[in-house]
Design a protein around this ligand. Structure first.
Ligand code: AMP
Ligand code: MG
Ligand code: MG
Length: 342
């Protein structure tokens, strides 16, 4: 059995340490950037860079060493598939931002010190050590985040999203939450009873990987603001803090490490994360899972299922059945809408 408070303390610390390493690599200027993919987006066919920098690699190494030192038997999966990491990497990073202020000064921030225990065998951690790598390389630093998601028995359970580069406009650093125990930004508890509804509704999606389905969803949900931005962690952050109403990405591309933390935090606040057909994302132990039908994230559960899921489903169905449109999801059977427990 492991104590939830100890697990959260460790994951928050891991996120801060990783964020500090990302900052120092950024200031050194030695990003040592390589291309991971084949240079093409398989869905849109457009050129797409899937980049990895020294900061992605070292961030993952720090997170793995910090977590595995505390919980040697825990299952953990990282985007960069770190294997030969240095177990002492966690020691080398001093906690705290360069200006001396700690985003989360008490080890578990505002979370209760006793959140009970969970069985280690049913825990699986998904790590995106640097989400928004292309934004990082381009210098759009406010979009960059470190994402640590914790699944328990295949369901979203807890998450940490850490922003290494808070700005004057977006000063907050760390968002974290545990299902059943609430969610926080830095030390501030997010009130689950207050769901800000922007008028007109604000939707966010990818800046760089849009396709016909995504654009159609904006049309179907008019009137709404199309607030495109970078990074899955950052877009999730905007939904959770109420600046936008929905993160829509009804197409393949995101992985569980992109979305698990946000799923847990939004669930802790009574919100919801599903695919474009309204089905919960699975976080069980199967390695072959791919998130084919994308991701939708909203604080407002009622609106999610009554408007957003039907709009995505209609946009998918239209694209699948249009003989003149030959890109994904043309010719595919779209799964029926599932309205999971409102
Ligand atoms: P974007 O919204 O385009 O900035 O993407 C946000 C994050 O989602 C990226 O940093 C990736 O981690 C992930 N992602 C989304 N689409 C893809 C894709 N087609 N291939 C790989 N990763 C993706
Ligand atoms: Mg990512
Ligand atoms: Mg990444």
């Amino acid at each position: 059995m492991i104590r939830v408070s100890q697990l959260m303390e460790t994951c928050i610390r891991a996120g801060q340490r990783a964020g500090n390493r990302i900052k120092s690599i950024h200031s050194s200027g030695n990003l040592n950037c390589v291309e991971k993919g084949d240079g093409q987006d398989k869905i849109t066919g457009r050129p797409m860079k899937d980049l990895q920098t020294e900061a992605d690699r070292q961030s993952e190494s720090i997170i793995f060493s910090t977590i595995l030192k505390q919980f040697p038997g825990i299952k953990i999966v990282g985007e960069e598939e770190t294997s030969g990491f240095n177990m002492d990497d966690d020691r080398s990073e001093v906690l705290g931002s360069p200006n001396g202020s700690l985003a989360v000064s008490s080890p578990t921030g505002g979370l209760p010190s006793d959140m009970g225990e969970i069985e280690e065998a049913h825990v699986k951690i998904f790590v995106d050590p640097l989400d928004g790598t292309s934004e990082f390389v381009r210098g759009r630093l406010h979009c960059v985040s470190v994402i640590i998601g914790i699944a328990y028995k295949g369901k979203a359970f807890a998450g940490v999203i850490y922003r290494p580069f808070p700005s004057a406009e977006y000063p907050d650093e760390c968002m974290y939450g545990v299902v059943g125990f609430g969610a926080f930004i830095d030390q501030q508890k997010i009130d689950p009873t207050v769901i800000k509804r922007n008028e007109p509704r604000r939707l966010t999606t990818t800046l760089s990987k849009s396709n016909r389905v995504i654009e159609r969803v904006f049309e179907l949900l008019q009137p709404c603001v199309n607030a495109k931005d970078g990074g899955a962690g950052w877009k999730s952050w905007l939904v959770i803090n109420g600046q936008v109403d929905c993160y829509q990405y009804p197409r393949p591309g995101t992985k569980r490490w992109d979305i698990l933390a946000a799923d847990a935090i939004v669930t802790a606040l009574g919100g919801v994360c599903t695919d474009a057909c309204g089905r919960r994302i699975e976080y069980d132990i199967r390695e072959d899972y791919t998130n084919v039908w994308g991701v939708l994230l909203c604080r407002d559960k009622e609106w999610h299922f009554s408007k957003v899921v039907p709009a995505c489903h209609r946009a998918l169905t239209e694209a699948a059945n249009d003989p003149e449109y030959n890109q994904w999801p043309h010719g595919l059977a779209i799964p029926p809408i599932e309205i999971s427990s409102l």
